[in-house]
Each structure stands twice: as structure tokens, then as C-alpha cells.
Design a protein around this ligand. Structure first.
Ligand SMILES: Nc1ncnc2c1ncn2[C@@H]1O[C@H](COP(=O)(O)OP(=O)(O)OP(=O)(O)O)[C@@H](O)[C@H]1O
Length: 201
């Protein structure tokens, strides 16, 4: 089994990478789902308590709590789909990285997705908000919070880098290359295990 974890600052393209995986039949496990489920189990609204619950789980069960709860889900997702590759979205700290490295050894690959601040701000703005100063300030604060939690150090320890400064199609192609899958339109001719069709952007 290959487990591909993605890490990136807000708006870097993790959600898009997960969409590419799903479209190619690669199961996606979202670490945030663990937190949302725990909120519901405790009768709390995830929309309101997501951030606090993440902190609480780490306090109660250790810094690797969310990773530890995600690991069996990764194995289940692989079994259910009889898949060779699973994508995990949502790594945030080196403690989580260590937990995955311990569980999956060489079968775990950490992929860092990079895009500069201005580009991320612009892309997140296109997702529904305008790019007013308050939005830029909010993104700056989100970046800082993530980096404080350990995201910066985790990014530095990635095995593979994806630069997401070009077109969406170039990014999707690069993600497919890293996942070792062909584009959906190629599936009929080359099959999903054939990564040769992918070209670097
Ligand atoms: N290369 C690209 N060109 C144009 N738009 C892009 C590109 N990559 C991503 N986007 C768009 O930018 C927005 C942010 O990307 P995405 O949602 O994947 O980021 P994310 O890392 O999941 O962010 P968050 O951590 O906030 O959930 C999305 O609307 C996405 O479609």
C-alpha cells in the first residue's frame, strides 16, 4: 500500500489534490473528519467547535491523537476500495508525520504543496470572498496559527514538492503523476497503474 499525505498552507491546493485523487479512484481520508465525528459524538456542532475539539483531543490523548485515529481509517479505506494508494489530507505537525512514518514506514510519502501568499489569497478570494484587506489579514493569521502548530517544519520535511503556481490543469497533472495514476480521459487506453502518460509541467 502507498499512503500519500499532503501538507500545505491554507489555499495551497490540498483540496484540489484530494479531488484529483477521488476522480482517479484513489480513496481520500480527511483528518478533519475525525474531529468532526468527535464533535458529533459529544453533541457539539462541528462548525462551531472544530478548532477547540482538535486541541482537546490532543490534550486528552496526546499530540498524535488525530493521526492515531486516522491510521485505522486509512487501512479500512484501502481494504474497502481494494486500492493500492490512499491519500491523506490534513497533516499539520511533525508529531503526526512521525506517527504515519511509524505506522507505514517506507510506504508513506509526504507531499508538500507550495504557493506564495498573494496567489493563495487570490485563489481563496475566488472561492467566494473578496480579497479585501481584512481577508488578507485573516489569511495571514491563519498562516501564523498553522505555522505555530508545526506546519512549517512539516513542510520542510516533505519527500516530494509540488509547486502550485501554474494553471489548475498543470497542477492536476502533477498530482496525478505523484499519485501514479493516469488522467480520467486516459483510463480506457492506458489503465490507472500506468504513470508514463503524465508529463511534468
Ligand atoms: N493552480 C491553480 N490555479 C487556479 N486555481 C487554483 C489552483 N490551485 C488551486 N486553485 C483554487 O484555489 C482554491 C484553494 O485551493 P484548495 O481549496 O485546494 O486549497 P486548500 O489547500 O485545500 O485550502 P484550505 O486549507 O483553505 O482548505 C480553490 O478554489 C482551488 O480550486
Amino acid at each position: 500500500m502507498n499512503v500519500i499525505g499532503t501538507v500545505g498552507l491554507p489555499g495551497s491546493g490540498k483540496g484540489e489534490a484530494a479531488n484529483v485523487a477521488e476522480a482517479a479512484g484513489v480513496p481520500v481520508v480527511v483528518m478533519g473528519d475525525v474531529i468532526r465525528e468527535e464533535c458529533r459524538a459529544r453533541g457539539l456542532d462541528p462548525a462551531e467547535h472544530h478548532g477547540r475539539m482538535a486541541g482537546l483531543l490532543r490534550e486528552e490523548e496526546g499530540d498524535d491523537a488525530i493521526a492515531a485515529r486516522t491510521i485505522p481509517r486509512i487501512r479500512e479505506a484501502a481494504d474497502d476500495a481494494e486500492a493500492e494508494t490512499v491519500l491523506v489530507d490534513g497533516l499539520r505537525s511533525t508529531v503526526e508525520l512521525e506517527a504515519f512514518r511509524e505506522a507505514f514506514g517506507d510506504e508513506f510519502t509526504l507531499v508538500a504543496i507550495h504557493a506564495p501568499f498573494e496567489l493563495r489569497a487570490e485563489r481563496l478570494g475566488e472561492r467566494g470572498r473578496d480579497d479585501s484587506d481584512s481577508d488578507l489579514e485573516a489569511l495571514r493569521e491563519r498562516d501564523e496559527r498553522e505555522i505555530d502548530l508545526g506546519l512549517g517544519e512539516t513542510l520542510e520535511r516533505a519527500d516530494v514538492e509540488i509547486d502550485n503556481t501554474g494553471t489548475l490543469e498543470a497542477f492536476r497533472e502533477r498530482v496525478r503523476e505523484v499519485l501514479g495514476v493516469a488522467a480520467e480521459s486516459d483510463l480506457h487506453t492506458t489503465g490507472p497503474a500506468d504513470a508514463q502518460g503524465g508529463e511534468s509541467p
